[in-house]
Design a protein around this ligand. Sequence first.
Ligand code: UD1
Ligand code: MG
Length: 416
Amino acid sequence: ALTIIFNTTHPLSASAGFAILGGAITWELVSAFKDGFVKAKLTGRDLAKVNKPTLPESMGVICATVYLICLFLFIPFPFMDWFTGKGIISRSEEFHVPTFPHHKLGEFLSAMLSLQSMTFLGFADDVFDIRWRYKLLLPAIASIPILMVYYVNFGVTHIVVPIPLRFIFGRIMDLGFLYYIYMGMIAIFCTNSINILAGINGVEIGQSLIIACSIAINDLLFLNDADPAVEAHLFSLYFILPFIGVSLGLMIHNWYPSRVFVGDTYCYFAGMTFAVVGILAHFSKTMLLFFIPQIFNFIYSCPQLFRLIDCPRHRLPRFNPLTLKLEYSKVKIQKPLKPLSLLVLKIFMLLGLAEINEVGENSLEINNFTLLNLLLLRFGPLHEQTLAIFVMIVQILASCLAFTIRYRLVHFFYEI
Ligand code: UD1
Ligand code: MG
């Protein structure tokens, strides 16, 4: 791995260069465009502050644009040997005439097309506030280009069944068309799960950065020439390094106290970057392991997302102007409850995930079911910045768990 990392003529050095450049440009451009966004009424109110200041929103669109430009400029680098003739000379020793690796270029272009579509649709969502059920479909649409390339390049739709389940399904199971549904759902999940673990300064980018660094570390573990997966993990690094760069550039403005909001554009862009990389570099399962907090937050949110329990427009924690701290936010529901809602509440109570208070004759108050509120429920009121740091610690611990599962416990499930 070290020979690749310290080889300055390797495309990876160019990628790292674009990451640094992209970060600096994003940092600069966000400052330059802030007022323009306010004038264009792309704004949101910072709800967890005393005077609820109005801040420019959807700044993710700048971050994503800089990222895409970096990738456009980067495209020639992995193919440099072909342009300088080196690739042809070294391959001409083989007996067949080498052809340009169009399939690899196709992967690059489709990945960028998907990312660009997602950014565009995410920005449209920020401007028009698209309704929840349509919102869900946007990432599925944006993932069509990469699914198409996946079909043409690999077309692999079978999975190796984990050992404990083999007595039912056998060793190999072909999912066929369902595999494409699975990949589309990964795109829907990655994007939306980041979007709903949001609401306090710095948390959208914070979690994305930790996921991105975990993916990068995982890629580095595969970087030795003998590993058959080296190409795939290099592909992943080419996308993840600039992502880390531009996200850091935006983070400087979005960390507590925020000067700008990232908007749904950033959440979709970040999620789609992970989905693209996980799908085209074939490690979607490992990638999902880095999403443990998001998976938890999503499952925990399900009763509200599927309206078993009322879901207010905002579920972010409540700011207490007297203590200047955040407290968990609550939702009021009317009795009598549907049997299924009652069952969910009982289970959540048992697990210590819900706090229920009677208010008046026939209504109840429950905490909103999000990870942010749960942390506040367990640890008591916290300062906004402290809560953001807590979320990031949870994300880091989850990544440690993910690595343990992937490299230690994996032997219980697969013969590696
Ligand atoms: C998702 C959540 C919603 C949460 C919101 C916060 C679900 C189903 N939806 O909705 O509960 O309230 O994200 O992002 O879980 N904001 C702040 N401080 C921040 C970040 C955002 O006050 O640090 C507020 C601002 O008013 C901003 C708004 O949240 O304008 C952005 O909300 P938006 O992204 O439109 O909400 P959703 O993604 O639809
Ligand atoms: Mg959002």
